[in-house]
Design a protein. Structure first.
Length: 311
């Protein structure tokens, strides 16, 4: 059973909080933005003085901005923590060692669908940036997943995780057995970044503020409870722990520097909230597959029909 949005949302209400109306706000966010390349302010249309009320002198202004940035960062962190998918019942069961081999295989297969779309998403985000520096950092993300040469990178490591849990590499690459709800969740994230502003696309990646923690929890859980899995298969998580820390720091710096106006801060929080929903929905689909359509019920390791992967 899933927690309702209210139960898993412990977001302190700010003066312009989007908490509690995240779905509506995130829709507003995608509707009002352009997919075009935008200026270095992230398309946020930032009015720097907009949030400074009656503060005399530059020192006072600087202090007010710093306080505002700290409050904004706290809002982002509250969403990234309070609504993160480590609280999802499927992840809780995984971490407690309760998943069957069949359930773990189903998770690995469906999460691979997410993994293979991350560099596609990042290429779309990169195309929105108009400075070399920003594109360079984002290009590194694409390379982290795709590898610079054949046989390297995060997608390759995820395929090795698949092999370690008993999945056929070819089955993973074919996309066979990916659940409809997982396809929708992943499409939702890619399209959000395709059509959103740079600010929204980068803010959505800030779930990664919580990713290093879940990587460590997962490594510990796998080593402790799922010893039938070759520990070499956990390389993806070990590498991602460091990459996620670095990537989320970079993304946070961009979002803090772009979103100075209240409306932009609200959009960033809504984008992050939407991304939490993406991760949550993906796990909902995986968790409930046993009771879903018979076509998706069986263990992907033993399925023989081939649905084919649709990008
Ligand atoms: O296993 C996880 O729990 C998890 C979560 C997230 C996340 O929080 O978005 C990412 C990843 N893994 C991951 O491996 C990854 O490459 C990644 C990229 C992104 C992103 O939004 O750009 N999130 C995540």
């Amino acid at each position: 059973m899933s927690l309702g949005a209210d139960e898993r949302t412990k977001v302190p209400a700010g003066p312009h909080t989007a908490a509690g109306s995240d779905a509506a706000v995130s829709r507003e966010g995608t509707d009002t933005v352009s997919a075009d390349t935008v200026s270095a302010d992230g398309g946020a249309g930032v009015g720097k003085a907009a949030r400074v009320n009656g503060t005399a002198g530059l020192g006072g202004q600087t202090q007010a901005w710093a306080a505002d940035a700290a409050a904004f960062e706290a809002r982002l962190r509250a969403v990234a923590t309070g609504r993160y998918h480590d609280r999802h019942p499927f992840n809780v069961r995984m971490h407690e060692g309760q998943l069957t081999p069949s359930e773990l295989r189903r998770w690995v297969l469906n999460r691979f669908h997410y993994q293979r779309h991350i560099p596609i998403k990042d290429a779309l985000v990169m195309a929105k940036f108009d400075t070399r520096e920003q594109r360079r950092t984002w290009l590194r993300r694409v390379q982290d997943h795709d590898g610079k040469v054949e046989g390297e990178g995060g997608i390759e490591n995820w395929l090795r995780l698949g092999t370690a849990v008993g999945l056929d590499r070819e089955v993973l690459l074919s996309g066979e057995g990916v659940l409809p709800g997982v396809r929708l969740a992943v499409d939702g994230y890619v399209n959000f970044c395709r059509h959103g502003s740079p600010l929204e696309a980068v803010a959505a990646s800030l779930t990664e503020l919580s990713a290093p923690g879940i990587m460590l929890t997962r490594i510990d859980a796998f080593e402790r409870h799922y010893q039938w899995i070759d520990p070499a298969g956990l390389a993806y998580f070990r590498i991602r722990e460091h990459q996620g820390r670095r990537d989320s720091r970079e993304a946070l710096d961009l979002v803090l520097s772009w979103a100075k106006a209240a409306a932009d801060q609200d959009r960033a929080v809504a984008a992050l909230s939407f991304k939490c929903d993406v991760l949550w929905s993906l796990l909902d689909a995986v968790a409930h597959a046993d009771t879903a359509d018979p076509a998706t019920r069986s263990d992907p390791a033993t399925r023989s029909d081939r649905a084919g992967w649709r990008p």
